[in-house]
Design a protein around this ligand. Structure first.
Ligand code: FMN
Length: 202
């Protein structure tokens, strides 16, 4: 089994990194011999899509020449990396109610018309990738679910919608909430409770 392990926090000592690493460890213990590919968006961000890329996507002819002149090359590499993974583990902070821009930049590269989704005649987007499990570990300073929630959550519905758009629908979210309020031992306890809910069947 190949696992693509993505982290998005710019911080080295990061709760979402610790959580995603623990999720990968659980996955390996249930699937010995799993191969891990790392994509560290927090420390080595992928560039934003640029003018050549946007132009290449604008028409079928432009797309064909874009492929030929390399405008979609980075996107293609990242899509192939995603396609080779049987499962994904993503560690991400909540930033301003949603995903950090480093994760959004990756999403902009892997959600590509004619490659990972196709528009239907009535404007629906049809996912072209095979479904696979995605385990998402979130760290947030405050709370976005439960009684203590004082902010909206545009992170989990957004990831479900955008990954669903390319055909990836088996998502599991583990959210370590309140990193700004809880002390390290409370967070460690909370992380253990979350990990026990992880279902790692692929
Ligand atoms: C730019 C920025 C925006 C943030 N926005 C939110 C937010 O909207 N909601 C929240 O609960 N925490 C927010 N936080 C706090 C982080 O989610 C929290 O510190 C989290 O633990 C960071 O993840 P990490 O520990 O993996 O680096 C924000 C932090 C930063 C730096």
């Amino acid at each position: 089994m190949n696992v693509l392990h993505i982290d998005c926090s710019p911080r080295t000592t990061s709760y979402s990194r610790q959580l995603s690493a623990a999720m990968v460890t659980r996955l390996i213990s249930n699937h010995p011999g799993a191969q891990i590919t790392r994509r560290d968006l927090g420390h080595e961000p992928v560039p934003h899509t640029d003018s050549d890329y946007a132009t290449a996507l604008s028409t079928a002819d432009a797309l064909a020449s874009g492929l030929a002149n390399g405008a979609t090359q980075r996107s293609e590499q990242l899509i192939q990396e995603l396609e080779s993974a049987h499962a994904l583990v993503i560690g991400t902070p909540m930033n301003n109610f949603t995903v950090p821009s480093t994760l959004k930049a990756w999403i902009d590269q892997i959600v590509r018309v004619g490659r990972t989704f196709a528009p239907s005649p009535n404007g629906e987007k049809i996912g072209l990738l095979q479904d696979r499990p995605v385990y998402i570990g979130i760290a947030s300073g405050g709370f976005f679910t439960g009684e203590k929630a004082k902010q909206p959550d545009f992170l989990t519905p957004y990831l479900a919608a955008i990954l669903g758009c390319v055909g990836i629908k088996k998502l599991q979210f583990l959210a370590l909430q309140g990193t700004a309020f809880l002390d390290p031992s409370q967070l460690a306890t909370q992380q253990g409770i979350l990990l026990d809910t992880l279902r790692t069947g692929v």
